[in-house]
Design a protein. Sequence first.
Length: 406
Amino acid sequence: MKKLFLLFILSATLGFADLTFDTCINSKMAVLESLDIDPRFINDPKLMKIESDYKKRAKKAHFFKAMKHAYTFIPAIKEMITSAGIPSSILYLAMAESNFKTRAYSKMRASGMWQFMPYTGKLFGLKINQYVDERRDLIKSTAAAIKYLKHSQRRFKKWYLSAMSYNCGPGRVARAIRRAGTDDLATLLNPRKKYLPQETRTYIRKIVALALMSQDEEFMINTEFDYLMNRGSAYSITTIKLPSGERLSRVAKMLDMKTLELKKLNRQLKYDFIPPTAEGYEIYIPYIKLAAFKERYEPENLNKIYLVHTVKKGDSLVNIGKKYRIPYKVIKDFNKLKRNTLSLRQKLIIPINKSGKVQRESYMVRKGDSLASVSKKFRISLNHLKKLNSLTTNRINIGDRLIVID
């Protein structure tokens, strides 16, 4: 009787395991099909190796620590991708590009979660100027990435080709197809023929591996990956509009938030304030803070928020800017000046706090700068500055924009 009972339990358990295994395989096949990839690609040895490596890394805390800041906004990004009719697996393109870091910056000057180059970002509608870099705007950059990917998919007819063109450019993908005589993925990834750069061959496998991981039920249950990627509500963040010159840190205080928390959602802003040249600007706050914003927010006169400088004999916009370590054009824009000439005893709003300390997040490298001199200027350690900017060496170039925190 006991043997029969044990046999029943064992067969039931094995049956459940087979069902779970079949469900997992079917889900993984669906991922490949959604990207227009031949299902047989699941047996690609390099793909299997990358997926295995990711799973090993996932057992270490730093894998999730690097992405945890994205927990707030991933639902909104997923909703945008799904609503656009793009395969949900394309979400992992952003993960492969930057680990969802909105402040990611590459040596090639690509920036943001979707790693747009300046020219491409502007081409797809992102503003990059003195005050904002919308490549780091989590919503606008996603909208731009969606436009790019849909445009590329219309050209190549397959999503995996669109994803690869995001990495190496559509021209490179088109040439690879012509040389190979086919758009078959396995053929294009041939390491001997080198139709595509090695980086692109690895890149598409990373995206697919991450998407396949999300369909591995056992892995998802036993790690934080499920917690990170499958948050239910798309209403995790919301948009509010602030007037020109408003200070981010002042709004954070009203919402009982740390300023850094609010800045993490608004990395597109290069300073602590809303651009002075615009008729207001939209920023993001956690959805749960919306009621508090509506109840508590009241605009304030800028001369009560910022330091006010009275023009003295010999003053110019340039030397005032140098005194307060802020570009003179910012002072000019903030005070809506049409000319550079100043009047004696003229009052100028200087967008820094009343202690005279400039609050901003980024600094453009100028002639004569070194990483050591920048770290000294902003009173942060060299190692911390390198970590903020994902730098492995001390080398910087004129025109680079470094993330700094005062």
